[in-house]
Ligand binder design. Structure first.
Ligand SMILES: [Zn+2]
Length: 376
C-alpha cells in the first residue's frame, strides 16, 4: 500500500494573551517575523489566524489613545507583510474583547470568553466584522483573498445552536476548532470534547453540535486540530524542563510574558499559588492522560517527532490517498524557535508530507481531493 499524502497546515493563532496583557511587539510582531523567516528559509507557507477582536478594540479606542492607533497600524502592516510573502491569513476571534476598557495603559476585558455563550446576533456581529476587517486589509494585495476558515477563541465552538450556521452564512468553508479529547472546566472556559465522534479526518458536522458527525452533507466541513498522546517519558521530561526554566527565570519567558501557555491564562488563578498551578495544569494531566494538543509552541523537538509518528500512523490507517492535518502554534508562547526550525526542516523534505495553507486546503476540499466523512 502506498503511503497517504499528508496535507499539513501549520496554523498559528496570532494574538495577545487572553486577558489582554502583553506587548504586541514581543508577543506578535517580532515572533511572527521570525516564524515567517523560518518558513521562507525552507520554502513552506504557513497560516496565521489573526485574532481580530483585539484589533477592533484597538481601533475603537484609538482616537482617545493615539498609541493604540500606532500599534493597530503596525498590526495591519505586519499581516500585510506576512501575506505578501505568500503566507495565509485567516479568522480567529476572542469574544472577551467585545466588552473592553482601556485604562492606564492596560486592557480590562469584560466579555465572556466563549462565543457560544453570546446571542446569535452578537456572534454574527463579531464574526462578520472580523471577516470584513481582514478582507478589507488583504484584498488590495490580492483581489481573490477570502476568509474561508475559522478557529474559535479558546476552541469554543460546540455545542451551539447557531455557530456553524453563521460561519456557513459568512462563506466559511471549514472550521478547525475541534480538538479531540480536549476538556476544560474553569471559571472562564467550560468545554467538553472528550467524546467527539471524529477527531482526525474531515467530516460534515451536525449543525448544532460540531462534536457529532452528520448523516448527510452539510454547508460546512470540520477539520479537527490535531492532538496526540505523548509518551510518558518525553512529556514528563519536557514538563520538568519547563518548570526548571520557570523557577530559574521567574514567571517570564523569552517572549517576556507570563509563562504557562494555555491553562494559566484560563484557570481560576485567584487562590492558586504558582507552584500549585504548575502542578495542576502541568504534572497531573501529563501523568493521567498525556493528551497533547499538536501545538508547536508547547512541544519540544522530541515530542514533535512523536506527534508526527502519531499523525503518520493515523493517516495510513485511513487508507486514503490524501488527508488534511491541521496543527496549531501560538506565536505568543513560542520559547524555542530552534525546535520549530528543526521540525520545519524535517517536514519540508518528507516525501509523504505536503505543507499547505488553509486556503489551499479549501481549494482541495472543493476539488474533491479529500474524503469528507458522514455518518454511514
Ligand atoms: Zn486564540
Amino acid at each position: 500500500m502506498s503511503a497517504t499524502t499528508i496535507h499539513l497546515a501549520l496554523v498559528d493563532d496570532w494574538e495577545l494573551s487572553g486577558s489582554g496583557g502583553g506587548d504586541p511587539h514581543a508577543l506578535q510582531f517580532r515572533p511572527i517575523r521570525k516564524l515567517a523567516k523560518i518558513y521562507n528559509k525552507y520554502g513552506i507557507r504557513g497560516s496565521f489566524n489573526a485574532e481580530v477582536m483585539q484589533q477592533l478594540a484597538f481601533r475603537d479606542f484609538q482616537n482617545e489613545h493615539p498609541e493604540l492607533r500606532t500599534l493597530a497600524d503596525e498590526w495591519d502592516e505586519t499581516l500585510q507583510e506576512t501575506f505578501r510573502q505568500g503566507h495565509d491569513i485567516q479568522l480567529h476571534t476572542h469574544p472577551q474583547w467585545s466588552s473592553s476598557e482601556y485604562q492606564d495603559g492596560k486592557w480590562i476585558l469584560k466579555g465572556d470568553w466563549s462565543i457560544v455563550n453570546y446571542s446569535s446576533n452578537e456572534a454574527w456581529q463579531m464574526l462578520s466584522r472580523g471577516k470584513e476587517y481582514l478582507e478589507n486589509l488583504l484584498r488590495p494585495l490580492n483581489s481573490d483573498y477570502r476568509c474561508i476558515s475559522y478557529r474559535a477563541g479558546s476552541w469554543c465552538v460546540a455545542p451551539s445552536s447557531f455557530m456553524l450556521n453563521l460561519l456557513a452564512d459568512l462563506g466559511i468553508m471549514f472550521d478547525i476548532s475541534i480538538v479531540g479529547k480536549l476538556k476544560y472546566d474553569t471559571r472562564r472556559i467550560k468545554l467538553d470534547y472528550s467524546n467527539c465522534e471524529e477527531d482526525f479526518a474531515p467530516f460534515y458536522p451536525t449543525m448544532t453540535d460540531a462534536r457529532r458527525v452528520s448523516n448527510k452533507i452539510e454547508r460546512i466541513v470540520c477539520i479537527p486540530t490535531n492532538h496526540f498522546y505523548g509518551s510518558r517519558r518525553l512529556t514528563l521530561k519536557h514538563h520538568l524542563t519547563k518548570v526548571v526554566a520557570k523557577v530559574k527565570g521567574g514567571q517570564s519567558t523569552t517572549n517576556g510574558q507570563a509563562g504557562g501557555g494555555y491553562g494559566s491564562d484560563w484557570a481560576d488563578t485567584k487562590h492558586d499559588s504558582s507552584l500549585r498551578r504548575i502542578y495542576e495544569k502541568g504534572v497531573v494531566p501529563y501523568l493521567k492522560g498525556k493528551h497533547l494538543i499538536s501545538d508547536l509552541a508547547q512541544l519540544d523537538y522530541p515530542l514533535m517527532r512523536e506527534m508526527l509518528s502519531s499523525i503518520r500512523r493515523r493517516a495510513r490507517a485511513t487508507g486514503l490517498a490524501n488527508i488534511p492535518v491541521v496543527l496549531s502554534i501560538h506565536t505568543k508562547d513560542i520559547r524555542v524557535f530552534d525546535d520549530i526550525e528543526r521540525f520545519v526542516s524535517d517536514i519540508s523534505t518528507a516525501p509523504d508530507i505536503k505543507c499547505v495553507t488553509l486556503t489551499e486546503i479549501a481549494r482541495e476540499l472543493q476539488n474533491g481531493t479529500f474524503a469528507i466523512k458522514t455518518k454511514s
